[in-house]
Design a protein around this ligand. Structure first.
Ligand code: ADP
Ligand code: MG
Length: 384
């Protein structure tokens, strides 16, 4: 039901009021993995799966929120919102309301309907689509009008501070600021960004390995600690290096032997990934898809070998794509240890590519992967 007319009548039937409707997309990261907390670069694209948020004011002081995905409605007093998250989907929209209230906005009662075709918890950031669409909806009631980058920051805070999700800003940023047929190169240091065109004949094929391995010692935490330890070694020699963003491969040649071997490997991934991510945006700006594919292959190898954040299934999903017609580039996307691969594929071959990749993966692992054919889409906006 990516159909605003049907969505509007759903809201009208439930809440007896005409809604203002806002849409915010999910996303896929094309390149730049674990570079965000090193104040480096990421290059995601918004995709053509989105969350719709319909909002209308109420006079009874209540905030009623309905999710069509869950078929469930929750209701709160606007003046007495829960102090803590409840491990429920309503934490996300309530988190947004609380962050906006914390910015000094008086939040009136309202009815909010939510619907999404972003697959939930599949690594395509349904949570960012949810908080960003909700933020635009609630903003419209208060008369506030924040620029996209500010919306992203407020939404990240809703996930970090209220929901308790330890996420960076990439997801909310590209959901709020993405552009049709473009990837977005984001500098996580100062949130400056640049759009780079993805030709319309290129599809983003996202293949879910259907596995998510838990890692002894906590994958994300231990990687982060190793990255920070590597940075501290370099900073002893070059005090200007606050994050690996400031370091070079030359620094690793000089001082890498003072690092734990794992720290050196992690740092090599981060420093080279930053270079690749900027190079990938330049390749897109030049229209050099071959170079982009090469950079994606290099990024996957680095993520798998140096960062050790891949797994058998994800390596296979990338490998099985290599000789399929239409492939431009493939790599594991997201935090690692499973999840989805992203494949840039010629649109004309995308359906056959997806079918063949799925069949190969099923033959090897006995699991049917979910595969989505997406396109780079625009960021969050109001629907008329
Ligand atoms: P991802 O962002 O990768 O999809 P997350 O775990 O970060 O995965 O977010 C998924 C959660 O976001 C869901 O479990 C649910 O609580 C919430 N969510 C996302 N979309 C919706 C929706 N349309 N309606 C209600 N809750 C949603
Ligand atoms: Mg999320």
């Amino acid at each position: 039901m990516h159909d605003p007319v049907a969505f509007r009548s759903l809201h009208r039937a439930r809440f007896h009021a005409e809604p203002a409707v806002f849409a915010a997309p999910g996303r896929v990261n094309l390149i730049g993995e674990h570079t965000d907390y090193a104040e480096g670069f990421v290059m995601p694209a918004a995709i053509d799966f989105a969350t719709l948020a319909g909002v209308s004011p109420r006079t009874d002081g209540k905030i009623a929120i309905y999710s069509e995905n869950y078929g469930e409605e929750r209701s709160f007093e606007a003046a007495a919102l829960p102090a803590q998250a409840n491990h429920h989907w309503s934490d996300y929209p309530i988190g947004v309301v609380k962050v906006l209230a914390g910015e000094g906005h008086r939040i009136p009662g309202f009815s909010l309907s939510l619907w999404s075709d972003v697959p939930l918890s599949a690594g395509l950031s349904s949570s960012a689509a949810l908080v960003v669409s909700t933020a635009l909806a609630v903003e419209s009631l208060t008369g506030a009008s924040y620029p996209g980058p500010v919306v992203a920051r407020l939404c990240q805070r809703a996930e970090n501070e209220f929901v308790g999700a330890n996420c960076g800003i990439m997801d909310q940023f590209v959901s709020a600021n993405g552009a049709q047929d473009h990837a977005l190169l984001l500098d996580c240091r100062d949130l400056s960004f640049r759009l780079a065109p993805i030709p319309p004949h290129v599809a983003l094929v996202i293949a879910n390995t259907m596995v998510k391995h838990s890692v002894a010692g906590g994958g994300y935490k231990s990687r982060r600690a190793e990255v920070e330890a590597a940075c501290a070694v370099i900073a002893r020699h070059r005090p200007g290096v606050k994050f690996l963003r400031d370091a070079t491969l030359d620094d690793l040649d000089k001082w890498g032997r003072e690092m734990e071997p794992k720290s050196l490997m992690r740092a090599r991934h981060i420093i080279s990934e930053n270079l690749r991510t900027v190079a990938a945006s330049e390749a897109l700006l030049r229209g050099d898809l071959e170079e982009l594919g090469r950079l994606m292959a290099e990024a996957h190898a680095s993520y798998s070998r140096d960062f050790e954040a891949s797994c058998v299934e994800a390596d296979a999903m990338v490998e099985l794509a290599q000789d399929l017609p239409g492939l431009i580039g493939a790599r594991l996307t997201g935090g690692g240890f499973g999840g989805c691969t992203v494949n840039l594929v010629e649109q004309a071959q995308a359906a056959a590519f997806s079918e063949a990749l799925g069949a190969r993966y099923t033959a090897q692992f006995g699991m049917v992967p979910q595969i989505y054919i997406c396109h780079a889409s625009g960021g969050a906006h109001r629907l008329d």
